[in-house]
Design a binder for this molecule. Structure first.
Ligand SMILES: Nc1ncnc2c1ncn2[C@@H]1O[C@H](COP(=O)(O)OP(=O)(O)O)[C@@H](O)[C@H]1O
Ligand SMILES: C[C@@](O)(CCOP(=O)(O)O)CC(=O)O
Length: 532
């Protein structure tokens, strides 16, 4: 990834807001209504037995003609068109691990994202396939053979409005035989990851779906490093939950005129099913990752009672923090790091409880500072207060045993040059750290640090903080500067998506941000109300 330098001269590892673009509806075309995307007889609509989709309410003649051509093309097909869902990764700025134990955390969406392409099969094909090339995973099930009767038993049946706060052991047992034959030739550790992916999908698919669900292929590619503390698993959970709810017509929107409270309901629905997905992958997630990935922007998150929904306070005006995001490239397991802290707490309940309380106080204090009217990121004193809190938070995470020598190495390099304040982000044990850059730090020092990080095998990520949450591209058609643009855009099919080269290729082909800022086509639930 290239290094961009913003006007203030600091390397732009990560700042907030630039790509933040919850749709305000001006580009909005996907015209949803109460039960999902509905047709608009005056627009380019695709009718099928399962759903009817409005792709455009644009009045421009060119677009209309192009849309009509597309409609005619689609009319020959009885299936839904392919569509896409995308969800952002996140950084936890304060409070990881403590958040699992009921304390507050601040997290912000980043511009690295996962992209899911949903391809519906013809009616005669009764299979569902997961294709996750990033982790070399591919598996197909016959829909008619899945254990619907167990999931649909009156004592077990859930509706899409249900709030599930724990996994049902009987249902987990029912899907076990269906994940047993996943990736038989892979090494045990890889197989475990694949079985986890398969299990989490099946649990949500069977909870939400029904035996007449259309056959389809879910293909996922991501620009987020996997297992690096940037919430990659939550993005998969959010993408798949959104896709299933859309296919079931259990979501309205996103569409331009949707009131914020209605949009929030949709976001909550997605988030609560994404949490179920995360529970399967991680066992005991706090839910902060899926929450910020769904709603985007930045949030203060706290879950004091696991039987109830968390409290989520959006921070709409999260400041543009000059941050550097560095990946140690040391893989870690969130579940293992979370379990480590739980074990330590069991052995030293009083000490660890007071440490977790201290992290909570650090988070609360930083919320106060970051939301102070007039907080200015160019003011060294103000930024220094946040920096100090980051140093404190990191020290506490070290005490909890979740740092790693490579994370400490980044901190050492940054401290040596007096460049800023560093803390690990996410589960730790490897993964990423964030450095808050001191205002006015000399260019030379920054260059030296970057060279050093590079030489020592660290990877610097460029992203922005506080961007949009889950987005939908329906149908999967985008303007990509190709000849097809004059016909309304390029259809993103399975082949193109699979063959996009690396994360840059994915970003270029389907990226929410495209090459230059916001990209027409992607729609977002506008959860931010005017009066905040
Ligand atoms: N691009 C991807 N494709 C498929 N599965 C993924 C992808 N990224 C993440 N995952 C899933 O998420 C898991 C990593 O989650 P986790 O350990 O929480 O790391 P992170 O800190 O990135 O969230 C992977 O083992 C895999 O199951
Ligand atoms: C450690 C924790 O607070 C954050 C984990 O984040 P990640 O999976 O490393 O992206 C766990 C959680 O909140 O569920």
């Amino acid at each position: 990834m290239t290094t961009q330098r913003p006007a203030n001269g600091v390397p732009n590892g990560l700042t907030n807001g630039h790509n933040g673009h919850f749709s305000n509806g001006h580009n909005g075309h996907a015209n949803g209504h109460q039960n999902g995307f509905h047709s608009d007889s005056d627009s380019a609509s695709v009718h099928s037995s399962d759903a009817s989709l409005s792709t455009s309410d644009d009045a421009s003649t060119t677009n209309r003609q192009a849309s009509l051509r597309r409609r005619n093309r689609k009319k020959s097909s009885p299936m839904l068109p392919a569509f896409m869902v995308s969800a952002p990764g996140k950084v936890i700025v304060f409070g990881e691990h403590a958040v699992v134990h009921g304390k507050a955390a601040i997290a912000a969406a980043i511009s690295l994202r996962s992209y899911l392409l949903v391809t519906t099969l013809s009616k005669s094909k009764r299979t569902v396939t997961l294709t996750f090339p990033d982790i070399d995973f591919n598996h197909t099930w016959n829909i008619d053979e899945l254990p619907w009767s167990t999931f649909h038993h009156p004592s077990k049946k859930k509706s899409y409005t249900s709030v599930v706060t724990e996994l049902d052991p009987d249902l987990v047992a029912a899907i076990k035989p269906f994940i047993a034959d996943v990736s038989p030739d892979k090494p045990a550790n890889v197989r475990k990851v694949h079985q986890n992916s398969a299990g989490s999908f099946l649990y949500v698919f069977l909870s939400l779906g029904n035996p007449s669900f259309p056959g389809c292929i879910y293909t996922l590619r991501s620009t987020i490093p996997i297992g690096a503390g940037l919430g990659s698993s939550a993005t998969i959970a959010v993408c798949l939950s959104t896709a299933l709810l859309l296919q079931l017509r259990a979501l309205s929107g996103p569409h331009p005129d949707q009131p914020a409270d209605e949009a929030r309901k949709q976001i909550e629905r997605i988030n609560s099913w994404a949490y179920v997905y995360e529970m399967f992958i991680h066992g005991n997630p706090s839910g902060v990752d899926n929450t910020v990935s769904t709603q985007g922007k930045a949030v203060v998150f706290q879950r004091t009672d696991y039987g109830k929904p968390p409290t989520v306070r959006p921070l709409w005006d999260f400041p543009e923090l000059p941050l550097l995001l560095v990946d140690t490239r040391v893989p870690k397991s969130t579940a293992a790091e979370v379990a480590k802290v739980a074990d330590l707490r069991n052995r030293h309940p009083k000490i660890i409880s007071s440490l977790l309380d201290s992290i909570h106080k650090v988070t609360e204090t930083s919320v106060d500072i970051l939301t102070e009217p007039g907080f200015d990121t160019r003011d060294e004193t103000a930024l220094g207060r946040v920096g100090e809190l980051m140093t404190l938070n990191h020290g506490m995470l070290v005490s909890l045993g979740v740092s790693h020598p490579r994370l400490e190495r980044v901190r050492e390099l940054v401290d040596h040059e007096g460049i800023g304040w560093t803390k690990l982000t996410g589960a730790g044990g490897g993964g990423c750290c964030i450095t808050l850059l001191r205002p006015g730090v000399e260019r030379e020092k920054l260059d030296k640090l970057e060279r050093r990080l590079d030489e020592e095998g660290f990877q610097k990520f460029e992203t922005t903080l506080g961007g949009g949450g889950v987005g939908v591209l329906w149908p999967a058609v985008l303007k990509n500067g190709t000849e097809e643009d004059s016909e309304g855009g390029m259809e993103i099919d399975l082949e193109k998506f699979l063959h996009a080269e690396g994360t840059e290729g994915v970003e270029k082909l389907v990226g929410v941000h495209g090459g230059a800022g916001e990209r027409e086509g992607w729609k977002f639930w506008t959860v931010e109300s005017d009066q905040h």
